[in-house]
Design a protein. Structure first.
Length: 176
């Protein structure tokens, strides 16, 4: 027996809440040394995980209350955009489709044009522009990834006996 629509809706809501909470925790982590004095001592330890995904160029870091964040303006925008898209999806409640691939390519091109333009000296680096391109990228790609995760979660349903029901999944192998 397949789960009811209400059970599926609860799964999706739970998944979205986990994504929103995870992104919120990640964002708090990179701004904590800037807004909480006790976390400033942890900045060297906290900077490692953020350094894996961000170059952390001091000239490009956001500064809050006189203290730098642990990620650059563009990365902060990406995480903020992904958070806002996920929070919107959680508040919306209804299922939504992945953004069109043309929109994904457009925001990637927008972000790349800004990153390469500033790097190659076509114009001076702008933190507001980096935040904007990052936020657009984060929102669209975040929505795309969230929708893909939701599709995958819905594809593998379990019946009452606990057996997996793969009937809604396209398989490349032969069915027996």
């Amino acid at each position: 027996m397949r789960p009811t629509n209400a059970a599926l809706a609860r799964r999706i809501t739970t998944l979205r809440a986990l994504v929103v909470a995870s992104l919120a925790a990640w964002i708090v982590g990179f701004v904590a040394p800037s807004i909480w004095l006790g976390a400033a001592a942890l900045a060297p330890v906290l900077s490692f995980p953020y350094g894996v995904v961000c170059h952390q160029d001091p000239a490009k870091l956001l500064v809050i209350a006189g203290e730098p964040t642990l990620v650059c303006a563009r990365c902060a925008g990406i995480y903020l955009g992904a958070f806002l898209a996920s929070a919107f999806a959680l508040a919306l409640g209804a299922r939504f489709r992945k953004p069109r691939e043309s929109l994904v390519f457009a925001v990637v091109a927008f972000l790349a044009a800004d990153a390469f333009g500033a790097t190659l000296g076509a114009y001076d680096y702008s933190k507001p522009l980096a935040i904007a391109t990052g936020a657009a990228f984060g929102a669209v790609v975040g929505a795309y990834v969230l929708a893909a995760i939701e599709e995958a979660a819905l594809a593998f349903r379990r019946d009452e006996t606990g057996a997996r029901d793969d009937s809604s999944v396209c398989s490349l192998g032969k069915k027996e």
